[in-house]
Design a protein around this ligand. Structure first.
Ligand code: MN
Length: 233
């Protein structure tokens, strides 16, 4: 095939303890999936079924890199999240079968331009550019489920410059990984290579230029990212 322009380079992630790479197809994200975070954002966690948004695949940033402070925001927020990497796709996947579609897990950051999101919420506009901007999806190397199993409990935490900012437990997710896959697969056909960022515990807050962020999930791995200075648009 001859392309009219150079085709984009596919997004990939490292695989823990391996030279293999995991190809990223789409990035789905779950909103408000921990009760305490739903409350801190002003919502009643008992009433809401899960909802989803997405980020472009090339928003992926690998652990260990420095990323520029994003343009067009004065309020960049961190959300540390368990990332699910699918090895098998499907539609209308049952809860019972859902975990068999999971290839592995990682530690991700759902970086959010909270000020743009607040405007979007107020005006009933899409969240896309509050959530799906350049470098908005840092993610650790993926750990295969064949090695680590399917973590359903354990600490999920984020430090900034060594100070703990978020500290929760995977067991506090409102919708677990299997339920999330099942519900999402009623809305879209999932495919191998899809990632799902499964929501953040409470404690979200602002990031500043020069900050060093370290996200960890027990049994899954760790992610570290440094935020650079602001750049012009
Ligand atoms: Mn999030």
């Amino acid at each position: 095939m001859e392309f009219a322009i150079d085709p984009p380079i596919p997004s990939t992630l490292a695989v823990r303890d391996s030279a293999q790479r995991f190809p990223v197809r789409r990035i789905y994200c779950v909103g408000r999936n921990y009760a305490a975070h739903a409350r801190e954002m002003g919502h009643d966690p008992q009433r809401e079924p899960p909802f989803f948004f997405s980020k472009p695949a090339d928003a992926i940033v690998e652990s260990g890199t420095a990323i520029p402070f994003p343009v067009a925001t004065q309020d960049l927020h961190h959300e540390v999240e368990l990332v699910v990497a699918l090895g098998r796709g499907g539609a209308d996947i049952t809860v019972a079968a859902a975990l068999s579609h999971v290839w592995g897990y990682g530690v991700g950051l759902d970086l959010t331009r909270r000020d743009l999101q607040a405007v979007a919420k107020k005006l009933g506009r899409p969240w896309d550019l509050a959530k799906g901007f350049d470098h908005s999806a840092p993610c650790s190397a993926l750990a295969p489920a064949s090695v680590i199993g399917h973590p359903q409990h354990g600490t999920i935490a984020l430090t900034i410059n060594g100070e703990t900012r978020q500290h929760g437990d995977l067991g506090d997710q409102i919708w677990g990984v299997a339920e999330t896959i099942a519900i999402l697969s009623t809305l879209v056909t999932l495919e191998p290579g899809d990632l799902i960022f499964t929501g953040t515990p409470d404690g979200v807050g602002a990031i500043h230029p020069g900050d060093h962020l370290v996200g960890t999930i027990d049994g899954v791995g760790s992610l570290d990212v440094t935020i650079g200075t602001a750049t012009a648009a």
